[in-house]
Design a protein around this ligand. Structure first.
Ligand code: GLN
Length: 310
């Protein structure tokens, strides 16, 4: 077994001179205030070994990484009928793109682009007020991570609400196709709030561990989903988790992963570990620039790519 702590320490040291590279998301004003030089990584193995480095215990805005958790909830509530509302194909388009919706009858390509996650928020809302649905999401993430301290950052949610014109356009467009069952404002309220969840790399690794361990969290014994469902969520993360950069991430890293514009990435090494990284500077696809590089180095040094050994 490779010395995982040494691998994280080496990656941190090697990337040190490059911290600050990439462009911090500023279309959500509240995210623009984040220090671009932050860098953290956490890793939890399915045997419970924990390794971390840098700013791994500082909360950041998990943004689209939350879409993994809302998809898991929607599948729990609606089962396979979830797929009547959202597809399972990579989009090849930007995360906030509207172009495919028109030709595809308002059905988003996958649950990880904004349009797809908004459709998933509509599914999570079923039978709830927006406040209840948001509460349910927070409780679910706390349960996954076994950590009652996880909260939504209200200033980020407000900032998104004030500037989320593209997301409002996506939601209205889907509504025009009859693809949302709740009022647009309610659906967007749920969406903006789950994107504004603040978590540390360590909390996020705990929350994602069930995906590495066949659907159950081995540390808490909580059974979250079946092994088949965990495998399928991982498949979607691999093919769609980095938007129009998903092919590149699979090529370079070779692990299922989900990024967010806060600069976080949750990666899953099935049967081995959940690995998270946070570095706020983004590449042109809106994925963490150094975070992707850190995971590329990590996968190369551990030989953990799902496509074969190093
Ligand atoms: N909340 C962000 C948005 O809607 C999420 C985007 C992301 O993380 N890629 O634009």
């Amino acid at each position: 077994m490779a010395d995982l702590q040494a691998i994280l320490d080496d990656i941190h040291a090697e990337l040190g001179p490059r911290l600050g590279e990439g462009k911090v998301a500023d279309y959500i004003p509240q995210l623009a205030h984040v220090d671009p030089k932050k860098f953290g990584m956490s890793l939890i193995t399915v045997d419970g070994a924990e390794h971390k480095v840098g700013d791994c215990d500082e909360p950041f805005s998990i943004q689209s990484i939350s879409k993994v958790f809302t998809l898991t909830m929607a599948l729990g509530k609606h089962g396979e009928t979830t797929w009547n509302r959202v597809g399972r194909e990579p989009s090849g388009s930007a995360f906030n793109s509207i172009v495919q919706l028109e030709n595809e009858g308002g059905k988003p390509r996958n649950p990880f682009i904004n349009a797809g996650a908004i459709a998933v928020s509509d599914l999570v809302l079923a039978g709830h007020t927006p406040r209840e649905a948001i509460g349910e999401i927070v409780r679910f993430v706390r349960y996954l991570a076994d950590d009652e301290t996880i909260v939504i950052d209200p200033s980020v949610a407000k900032s998104e609400e004030a500037t989320g014109f593209r997301n409002a356009a996506l939601a209205n467009f889907m509504r025009a196709f009859g693809k949302l069952t709740h009022p647009v404002e309610h659906v967007l309220g749920v969406y903006f709030h789950h994107c504004a969840l603040a978590m540390t790399c360590t909390q996020l690794a705990h929350a994602g561990l069930f995906l590495a361990a066949g659907g159950s969290n081995p540390l808490t014994g909580h059974s979250v989903v079946s092994s088949q469902r965990a495998r399928r969520i991982n498949a979607l993360m691999l093919t769609c988790g980095h938007y129009d950069g998903s092919g590149e991430f699979a090529y370079r890293v070779g692990l299922p992963g989900k990024s967010g514009v806060g600069g976080g990435i949750l990666a899953v090494a099935p049967g081995k570990a959940a690995v998270t990284v946070w570095s706020p500077g983004l590449n042109h696809n809106g994925n963490s620039l150094l975070g992707s590089l850190a995971l590329e180095m990590f996968a190369a040094r551990t030989g953990w790519s799902v496509f074969g050994p190093a």
